[in-house]
Design a protein around this ligand. Structure first.
Ligand code: MG
Length: 374
């Protein structure tokens, strides 16, 4: 592994785990965190959870799993270029979406609405809940007992009310402090990954067309470059050549701007990073170009009537499941009934959030379709 910068997170200096454990040797503490994520049940579920397109819409679209792997890939590249801890970035990347509901953002919004009177539902906080409590694998503790630094990276945002409940981990949201550079970088790697793969999936699905994307500066610049070099290229290869150049531009720009910010603020260690303004950043020009692309995707892909139709079905399904379990907790599987005794709405939300798309669809049938076996 290349040498770590002084401002990188050092596993030997970790703030530790909630339940003390013997050292992870021969691995580092962050390697152990990463490995625990890969072996978790929640990680395997990502394979059947929606990114934008529901699983049964096609085999080639991104799922939460392939999305998370792409974030990890981009994150690892950035880690090496910036002298950051690659294992920590990989951990946060692989874990960042563990709390996602079935059916993507629609699912999260629907569940949040159902949970409004009971403290709300936020997928980011749920990712933390998965690694802190919901995974049941180890004899001595609930959850995966990850290091503070991994948990800090997973918790990207948090309301003041929830931050107050989270003690040391929530403190930065109340004090206006930053997380590690590894956490900041993973967050931007996430953005690079989804903007680019949503362009790719959007074109593949036929919901958006190349001609529309030619109006978007960031895409157009790289498309022109490819056409100049390969005038005869068309179809998927033209799209791929454009997208890979966009990813490269974003990665290089992020590294350059972050290096400039580091040179300006000169953090000497991780504690300095936490006290500085956000150091990981795109240049203003590239940030604006990214935003233009993001807006385009929002209006033309996420709001496409065919995506909206599917989203509305998903919302109704989540609401129906929530109401059924709330009205009749005895419908819940036994392990969730035990949790429901302490807090019914939260147990229902945990159960629903853990479902894959196809499990939710099947569960809905089992509960509402009289001809289906229960
Ligand atoms: Mg993500």
């Amino acid at each position: 592994m290349p040498e770590l910068a002084p401002y990188a997170a050092d596993p030997a200096q970790s703030r530790g785990r909630r339940h003390p454990e013997p050292p992870a040797t021969p691995r580092t503490e962050f390697q152990r965190d990463r490995d625990r994520i890969v072996h978790s049940t929640a990680f395997r579920r990502l394979e059947y959870k929606t990114q934008v397109f529901i699983n049964h819409e096609g085999d080639l679209f991104r799922t939460r799993l392939t999305h998370s792997l792409e974030v990890a890939q981009i994150g690892r590249t950035l880690a090496r270029l910036l002298g950051l801890n690659e294992d920590l970035i990989e951990t946060v990347a692989l874990a960042h979406d563990l709390g996602h509901t079935p059916f993507g953002h629609t699912g999260q919004d629907a569940l949040n609405e159902c949970m409004k009177p009971h403290g709300g539902f936020e997928h980011n906080l749920q990712s933390l809940r998965v690694v802190d409590e919901l995974e049941q694998r180890y004899a001595d503790f609930e959850g995966l007992n990850l290091t503070f630094e991994a948990r800090e990276g997973i918790l990207k945002h948090c309301s003041p009310r929830n931050a107050g409940r989270l003690g040391e981990l929530g403190a930065r949201f109340l004090q206006g402090r930053q997380p590690s550079l590894e956490a900041q970088i993973t967050n931007l790697a996430d953005e690079i990954a989804y903007n680019n793969h949503d362009v790719d999936d959007g074109l593949r699905s036929g919901l958006i067309e190349l001609a529309q994307l030619e109006e978007i500066a960031l895409f157009r610049r790289h498309l022109d470059e490819v056409r100049a070099r390969h005038p005869a290229l068309a179809g998927r290869r033209l799209v791929n050549e454009t997208v890979r150049r966009m990813i490269n531009t974003l990665v290089v720009d992020l590294v350059e701007q972050t290096r400039a910010n580091l040179a300006e603020h000169r953090p000497q260690n991780l504690e300095d990073v936490r006290l500085c303004p956000p150091l990981a950043a795109f240049s203003p020009g590239v940030r604006a170009a990214q935003l233009e692309l993001k807006r385009f995707l929002f209006q033309n892909l996420y709001r496409h009537y065919r995506v909206v139709r599917m989203s509305e079905k998903a919302k109704r399904l989540i609401r129906a499941l929530f109401e059924a379990f709330m009205a009749t907790p005895a419908l819940l599987p036994p392990e969730f009934q035990a949790r429901a005794e302490a807090d019914l709405p939260r147990a229902v939300a945990d159960y629903i959030a853990g479902m894959t798309d196809r499990f939710a669809i099947r569960e809905h049938r089992r509960i509402f379709d009289i001809e289906e076996l229960a």
